[in-house]
Design a binder for this molecule. Structure first.
Ligand SMILES: [Zn+2]
Length: 436
C-alpha cells in the first residue's frame, strides 16, 4: 500500500463496507453472485475507505488500520459516516437518456390495455420521440440530459450506459452522441456511450433499406467522428425484434459494428422468441438486454459465450411482459446485470428501485441484485477493471447508505432521498442528502 502525501477523500466510521468483490474478479457466477465480500465493523470500531488524489481507492480497512497507514497524509475531504454503510457506486447498464418530448399521454393508453405494438401503430411510441428529438436543439437536449444525470447521481448511479437511437438519421444520431460528449466533462455520473442507430425502422422505409442505411451511411459517419476525436463511442446496439430488425439483419448490423471496433450490446428476445440471444452469443456479444422471451438454448449459448444478460425490470413491469428466466440464467452461469432502461416509455432513473423490482418480480436475492447493479453491470460495459467493487486501485465510486445495514437501500422502496447520505464519484462527493 503506497504512502500518500495528499489524498482526495477519507471516509471513516462506517458500520459496514460491502465491497462486492475483493479478488479482482470481473464476474461472480452462480452461487458466487450472492457470496459478497463484506467488511463488518465490530462493536466500538469503524471502517474506512481512502481515495487517493487520482480518485482511486488506496485502502479499505478498519479506521485504526487506515489511520496508521496515512498518518502523514493531508486529505482534501474527510467524511464521517458513523453508523452508515457503504456500497460501490451503482452502474446502470442500459438507458436511452437523450430525448425531448415525454410520453405521459401514452401511459393512460397502456394502463387501458394497449400493447407496445398497438401504441406504436397509433402513431405513438418511438416515432413520437424521434420527431421531438429531431426538432429539439442540441442545447435543449443537453439541458434535459443533464437534469436526468443529476437525478441518476442522487439515486446512487456513478456509471451509466447511454444509447443514441431517437434520430434514425445520421445527423440526429450524431447530435445525440455529441450531447453525451458535451455532458461527459462535467457529469456527476461517468458515461459509456452506445450507437443505437438501428433502434427502429424509420417511417416509409423497409427494414432491409434501414439495415443498409445503418451499415453503409450511419456507421461510417460515427466511425469518422470517432477517428476525428469528436466523439467517444464504446458500444453498438440494434433492436432485434419481430417487425423491427430480424435476426439476419441484426447479425449484419452487429458484425459491421464489431468490425468497426465497437462492443456489442443489443436488445434481444424482448417481445418474441427469435433466437437473438443465440445470434449474439455466436458473435461473442459483450451483452444482450431484455431477454424476456429467451429460449433455453439461448440461455445456454450465453453461458458459453460469457455474454452478460442485462435485465430490465421496469419495462417488463410497465408493459406487463412475462419475466425473463433470471433464475435459470444465474443457475447456468450467465452473468446477470441490471439497468433502468430509462426511456420515454419507462421513466425510471433509480437503480435501487430497479433492484427492488428485480428481487420481487424476478426472484433475485438482495445480494444478487447488488452484484448485478455493480460488478456485472460494469462488466457488461467492459469497465469492471475500474468500476463495480470497492477494491484498491479501482475508482473511488461509493454510495453511503444512511443505515448500518446496506439492504435499506433496496428495502425502502423508492426512498433514496432518505436512504442515500452521500454519492461519491472518483473520490468527489457529487451528492449529499440535506441534513434535516
Ligand atoms: Zn432499451
Amino acid at each position: 500500500m503506497a504512502s500518500l502525501s495528499e489524498g482526495r477523500l477519507l471516509l471513516r466510521g462506517a458500520s459496514q463496507v460491502v465491497r462486492v468483490a475483493s479478488n479482482g474478479e470481473r464476474v461472480k457466477l452462480k452461487g458466487a453472485m450472492s457470496d459478497l465480500a463484506i467488511l463488518q465493523a465490530e462493536e466500538g470500531q469503524g471502517l474506512s475507505v481512502a481515495v487517493d488524489s487520482q480518485g482511486r481507492i488506496a485502502a479499505v480497512g478498519t479506521d485504526a488500520e487506515v489511520a496508521s497507514l496515512y498518518e502523514e497524509t493531508t486529505w482534501e475531504n474527510v467524511l464521517d459516516v458513523t453508523g452508515m454503510s457503504v456500497v460501490p457506486g451503482l452502474v446502470d447498464a442500459h438507458t436511452h437518456p437523450v430525448w425531448a418530448g415525454d410520453r405521459v399521454h401514452e401511459f393512460a393508453m397502456k394502463l387501458a390495455g394497449a400493447s407496445y405494438m398497438e401504441v406504436h401503430a397509433a402513431g405513438g411510441g418511438i416515432h413520437f420521440t424521434v420527431n421531438a428529438t429531431k426538432n429539439a436543439s442540441q442545447e435543449d437536449l443537453l439541458e434535459l440530459f443533464e437534469q436526468r444525470l443529476q437525478r441518476m447521481a442522487r439515486a446512487g448511479t456513478t456509471l451509466v450506459e447511454c444509447k443514441s437511437g431517437y434520430g434514425l438519421d445520421t445527423e440526429t444520431e450524431l447530435k445525440m452522441l455529441r450531447v453525451m460528449e458535451l455532458a461527459r466533462s462535467h457529469s456527476p455520473v461517468s458515461i459509456s456511450s452506445t450507437f443505437c442507430g438501428a433502434h427502429a425502422v424509420p417511417k416509409g422505409m423497409t427494414s432491409e433499406n434501414a439495415t443498409r442505411k445503418v451499415i453503409e451511411e450511419m456507421l461510417p459517419a460515427v466511425v469518422h467522428a470517432v477517428q476525428q476525436g469528436q466523439l467517444k463511442v464504446d458500444s453498438a446496439d440494434v433492436f432485434c425484434e419481430k417487425g423491427v430488425f430480424d435476426v439476419a439483419q441484426s447479425r449484419r448490423i452487429m458484425q459491421a459494428c464489431k468490425d468497426a471496433g465497437f462492443l456489442l450490446n443489443f436488445h434481444a428476445d424482448e417481445l418474441t422468441a427469435l433466437g437473438g440471444a443465440e445470434m449474439g452469443a455466436s458473435l461473442g456479444a459483450e451483452a444482450m438486454s431484455h431477454l424476456e422471451e429467451v429460449s433455453p438454448a439461448g440461455v445456454s449459448a450465453m453461458a458459453e459465450s460469457g455474454s452478460v444478460a442485462v435485465i430490465l425490470p421496469t419495462t417488463a413491469y410497465i408493459l406487463r411482459l412475462p419475466a425473463p428466466p433470471v433464475r435459470a440464467m444465474i443457475d447456468q452461469g450467465v452473468p446477470v446485470a441490471l439497468g433502468t432502461d430509462f426511456n420515454p416509455n419507462a421513466f425510471c432513473l433509480s437503480m435501487p428501485l430497479v433492484m427492488h423490482l428485480a428481487c420481487v418480480l424476478f426472484r433475485m436475492n438482495l445480494r444478487e441484485a447488488l452484484t448485478a447493479a455493480t460488478l456485472h453491470a460494469a462488466h457488461s460495459l467492459r469497465r469492471a477493471h475500474d468500476h463495480g467493487s470497492i477494491e484498491v486501485g479501482k475508482l473511488g465510486n461509493l454510495v453511503v447508505v444512511d443505515s448500518p445495514r446496506w439492504e435499506h437501500l433496496v428495502y425502502q422502496l423508492g426512498g433514496t432521498d432518505d436512504t442515500i447520505a452521500h454519492v461519491v464519484n472518483q473520490g468527489r462527493v457529487v451528492y449529499s442528502k440535506e441534513s434535516m
